[in-house]
Design a protein around this ligand. Structure first.
Ligand code: CP
Ligand code: NVA
Length: 313
């Protein structure tokens, strides 16, 4: 793996990256986290700019991109859709062309995967997917890093996602686990299963990596899990589905009884955040000793810095 492999590349989904490439990004993430902990200052983005485009709200992703880029000497520019013409008065293609003339990279958070794809196609600079309805790839890298920090490795570990099995976070985890040989089980009502097309792709990648990928509605399948993961029942943009989701997902709340079903005292709890405490997870779990949600949030910054360094550095 040479740095040249990454130069100028976008990150739209982990489907576009090999196992070795993802492993390289994890190594760089560990390196930059170590630098931060030792108080080292680096200026690897001096003279560079990044446009941070947001159609949806964000705390972690925005702050991770802004601080990771800024503390390396770069200049991040936050642009919400209340500020710019994206898709309103101007086509995505034209906005992409203009931003590509002014910025070294673009981050996009919003609704359609097609938008982030168009930005990458027409801007000519690396584009990072900071969450769409379809995928949340930068989150998944931070999640794997957190698992590796706890267990030394992720390969062969069992991760169970309990909740809305077709959302952006579950789908991204399914892809990255399939690539890296992490056993991944989605526990969700059948009406919230991830789409068959993505599952087929993941099963074929898993056959190569040795990952076991399973979809089930049975919460007893958390038995033996190293990590239990959940996310909100109602993702951004789906607010109208709130009542239906509540009915469907109430039996899938991650509470201490569910954590105990792993049969292991050392299993950890993960959540991408923001969390609705009392819905998808109880306060005793997310604020309890098994939770690694806060390390996971911090790891967003180190992993995002690693992705930008590899593709822009
Ligand atoms: N996990 C995550 O993406 O958080 P934000 O929505 O706050 O960016
Ligand atoms: N699935 C959630 C993730 C938030 C980080 C959403 O899309 O709102």
């Amino acid at each position: 793996m040479t740095p040249e492999t990454f130069k100028g590349r976008s990150l739209l989904t982990w489907l576009d990256y090999t196992e070795a490439e993802i492993r390289y990004l994890l190594d760089v993430s560990k390196q930059v986290k170590g630098e931060k902990q030792r108080g080292e200052v680096h200026q690897r983005f001096t003279g560079k700019t990044i446009a941070l485009l947001f159609e949806k709200r964000s705390t972690r992703t925005r702050c991770a991109f802004e601080t990771a880029f800024g503390e390396e000497g770069g200049h991040p520019v936050f642009l919400s859709t209340a500020d710019i013409q994206l898709g309103a008065k101007e086509s995505i293609e034209d906005t992409a062309r203009v931003l590509g003339r002014m910025f070294n990279a673009i981050q996009f958070r919003g609704f359609k995967q097609a938008t982030v794809e168009a930005l990458a196609q027409f801007s000519g600079v690396p584009v990072y997917n900071g969450l769409t309805d379809t995928f949340h790839p930068t989150q998944a890298l931070a999640d794997i890093l957190t698992i590796e920090e706890n267990f030394g490795q992720s390969r062969g570990k069992k991760l169970c996602f309990v909740g809305d099995g077709r959302n952006n976070v579950a789908r991204s985890l399914m892809v990255i686990c399939s690539k890296l040989g992490v056993h991944f089980t989605i526990i969700t009502p059948p009406s919230l299963n991830p789409d068959a097309g993505l599952l087929t792709q993941c099963l074929s990648m898993a056959a190569a990596s040795g990952a076991a990928i399973r979809i089930t509605e049975d919460t007893a399948e958390v038995k033996g899990a190293d990590a239990i993961y959940t996310d909100v029942w109602v993702s951004m943009g789906e607010e109208a589905k709130r009542e239906a989701r509540f009915r469907l997902l109430s039996p899938y709340q991650v509470n201490q009884a569910l954590m105990d079903k792993t049969g292991r005292g050392d299993s950890i709890f993960l959540h991408c955040l923001p969390a609705v405490k009392g819905e998808e997870v109880t306060p005793e779990v997310i604020d309890g000793p098994q939770s690694r949600a806060w390390d996971e949030a911090e790891n967003r910054k180190h992993t995002i810095k690693a992705i930008m360094l590899a593709t822009l550095g």
